[in-house]
Design a protein around this ligand. Sequence first.
Ligand SMILES: CC1=C(/C=C/C(C)=C/C=C/C(C)=C/C=C/C=C(C)/C=C/C=C(C)/C=C/C2=C(C)CCCC2(C)C)C(C)(C)CCC1
Ligand SMILES: [Fe+2]
Length: 515
Amino acid sequence: MNTDMLLLFSGQLPTWLEGILLRNGPGMHTIGDAKYNHWFDGLALLHSFTFKNGEVYYRSKYLRSDTYNCNIEANRIVVSEFGTMAYPDPCKNIFAKAFSYLSHTIPEFTDNCLINIMKTGDDYYATSETNFIRKINPLTLETLEKVDYSKYVAVNLATSHPHYDSAGNILNMGTSIVDKGRTKYVLFKIPSSVPEKEKKKSCFKHLEVVCSIPSRSLLQPSYYHSFGITENYIVFIEQPFKLDIVKLATAYIRGVNWASCLSFHKEDKTWFHFVDRKTKKEVSTKFYADAMVLYHHINAYEEDGHIVFDIVAYRDNSLYDMFYLKNLTKDFEENNKLTSIPTCKRFVVPLQYDKDAEFGSNLVKIPTSATAVKEKDGSIYCQPEVLCEGIELPRVNYDYNGKKYKYIYATEVQWSPVPTKIAKVNVQTKEILHWGEDHCWPSEPIFVPSPDAREEDEGVVLTCIVTSEPSKAPFLLILDAKTFKELGRATVNVEMHLDLHGVFIPQNNLEAETE
Ligand SMILES: CC1=C(/C=C/C(C)=C/C=C/C(C)=C/C=C/C=C(C)/C=C/C=C(C)/C=C/C2=C(C)CCCC2(C)C)C(C)(C)CCC1
Ligand SMILES: [Fe+2]
């Protein structure tokens, strides 16, 4: 769709709500006769809702990545994605830039950036987890230049959930695989602006490595999808859900996809790492927990010498398998039962504690049922407090990111990976407000603060709803964030896809963009 479509709106739109809700997700899963194996492989489809003069407009457009162009031109899948290995590749010239050590084993890298949207100064990028990101125009959804992280920092993978500091600088993490004999997790910073005299240069030229955390294993780095920050620390979880480099390097010749090189080691531990943002040094105490799989950090903060961090965790990696397209059949809702339900867990670790404390004693001194127990070898074993069950795609009011906070907005899922409702969880009282309607599948809910908000939940929550009932059109839902009552909905009379993540860009940021 190349133009904005005016949507039919019913309800009351807050007059201050002006800007663009921009979202990303997999859109096209079949090209010619070829079909991707996994839902997370689909070609990126961007869509946007523009709030202007009391009206709502819709627009959607495929990301014109090199991957998209090559596939469309060849009328089949010619570029490998995480869950689909493609052979052979007629577009070699574009994708030939392989790493030296893997150069004959992984022939092409995808720039199909389908997961999230990242803000870099006044620019916006579609992101995935490879070394490529794609600049986009947030107004027209046009695809602009491709940026290769690995030109600026030695990483092969980077998360699509960066953080932003109060000045708008980006903090992100990536994995550097067997580079100079080492495998490490690299934390880097991208400034939001460049010095005046270098205006022509991109922010990426000024990318700085903050620090790196060595992987516990050279050939089996952990997979991670996000990380957390507090005012003074970075929170990184090294989970026993790992990428096997030897398997990766031979995947292409063995004819298997990259996803099959990920495995969950349920007998291993999960290690927590905390890096001091000022000194760039890692806290030396070894903190660990039982094996788990997590994708999303929710928030983290410091309280009386402790770091508190909330995540959505699983007991195993069944979620990823659930999204193989062969499992996404008509009876998906009935036939697919998660063997582990997403659980919102709070971990609390003491940064200062009595060094003479007895072995086996709990070192947590703030009110919570989470524990951190001192072991004989000096390490600390952590057990979480469960805040709630059955939520995913969590968001918070980002003004409270890194700070003590109250509310999580998330989609609700029960034993099947079908989003049936959205929830607002009060992490302090564990009270939950819900919104749900028959046949409605809501996406990740995004909180937008009202201009002079004094309270954490003063604003609206936006969520795109796709429906499982063909006669019911998809829509954008606007809820009052405080009460979770509907303020209105804008009906979309074209097909809309189930997406992953997105951002809200307030109108004043867009003005800066077009100046
Ligand atoms: C390996 C490797 C590679 C490749 C890579 C790739 C290609 C990647 C991709 C990746 C990707 C692409 C990823 C993705 C991810 C995603 C995620 C992780 C997500 C999550 C989500 C969730 C969790 C959600 C869910 C849900 C929904 C969606 C709806 C319904 C409901 C629920 C809520 C359940 C390279 C070449 C560089 C080289 C080196 C190595
Ligand atoms: Fe995510």
